[in-house]
Design a protein around this ligand. Structure first.
Ligand SMILES: NC(=O)c1ccc[n+]([C@@H]2O[C@H](COP(=O)([O-])OP(=O)(O)OC[C@H]3O[C@@H](n4cnc5c(N)ncnc54)[C@H](OP(=O)(O)O)[C@@H]3O)[C@@H](O)[C@H]2O)c1
Length: 233
């Protein structure tokens, strides 16, 4: 598979899934534009261009998108999560989670819609939480990830006539810095024993289906919600 000559935008390219995704697209020949707040851990590569943008700030998103001339693939990967019950979730925290996990993907697509090349592909990174419920994160996270599924299906319908595909992936617990903050190694081991494939996901398990969805190998997959969960639901 080659992405020679393709331009790929990845949010959350500094850690976890997004960092490996950026490295993988670069290795496949793409020009990669990446966003995170701290870009010091983004891949260093002549075809990679990484910029510090706070996705909670729509003016910053707009200014960033204005600089992009055209794009082939957008991966809305960045996300935040807090393990909290509703009683301890403030309105401000609810709004922050919604801003980064749901509003930012909406606004990036809105700002770049007219610059997506024919045959373009958008992949939104939702979660098993959005498909079902979360065993670690709070209701703000679950609601934002369910919203991302709705955003995906609606935009697949709206942008399909322009030849732009919009899909989403719903990973389960994946070994990244996000999960390390939310679960102890002992809890991870207990959970793994309940998963049909008897292990948590590693980043490659999530990255590979995203690359497939971005590729010309799945030209007729549009509006799909792809579970990556080892058989959990
Ligand atoms: N790990 C899991 O178990 C799991 C399970 C299901 C779904 N997911 C989803 O998969 C995606 C990737 O998760 P991950 O585990 O790789 O997360 P991660 O390790 O915490 O990395 C998150 C990335 O998002 C960036 N980010 C966070 N807030 C940002 C902001 N305000 N502005 C710009 N960038 C921001 C982070 O960079 P900075 O901190 O430098 O800004 C980082 O690059 C997320 O959408 C997550 O919800 C993860």
């Amino acid at each position: 598979m080659s992405f020679e000559g393709k331009k790929v935008l990845i949010t959350g390219a500094s850690k976890g899934v997004g960092q490996t995704l950026a490295e993988s697209f670069l290795n496949l020949g793409a020009v990669v534009f990446g966003i995170a707040r701290d870009i010091s851990t983004c891949p260093v590569h002549p075809m990679g261009s990484f910029e510090s943008v706070d996705l909670a700030n729509c003016s910053a998103i707009e200014a960033y998108c204005e600089k992009i001339t055209d794009i082939d693939v957008i991966v809305n990967n960045a996300g935040i999560s807090f393990a909290k019950k509703i009683d301890t979730i403030s309105l401000e925290e609810w709004q922050t989670v919604m801003a980064i996990n749901l509003t930012a993907p909406f606004y990036i697509i809105k700002c770049l819609k007219g610059k997506i090349n024919a045959g373009g592909s958008i992949i939104n990174v939702s979660s098993i939480a959005g498909r079902n419920k979360s065993i670690v994160a709070g209701v703000h996270y679950t609601a934002s990830k369910a919203g991302l599924i709705g955003l995906t299906r609606q935009l697949a319908h709206e942008l399909g006539p322009q030849g732009i595909r919009v899909n989403c992936v719903c990973p389960s617990q994946t070994l990244t810095p996000m999960l390390a903050k939310a679960m102890s190694p002992a809890d991870m081991e207990k959970l793994a024993a309940t998963i049909p494939l008897r292990r948590l996901a590693n980043v490659e398990d999530v990255v590979e289906p995203i690359i497939y969805l971005a590729s010309d190998n799945c030209k007729y997959i549009n509006g799909a919600v792809i579970d990556i969960n080892g058989g959990q639901i």
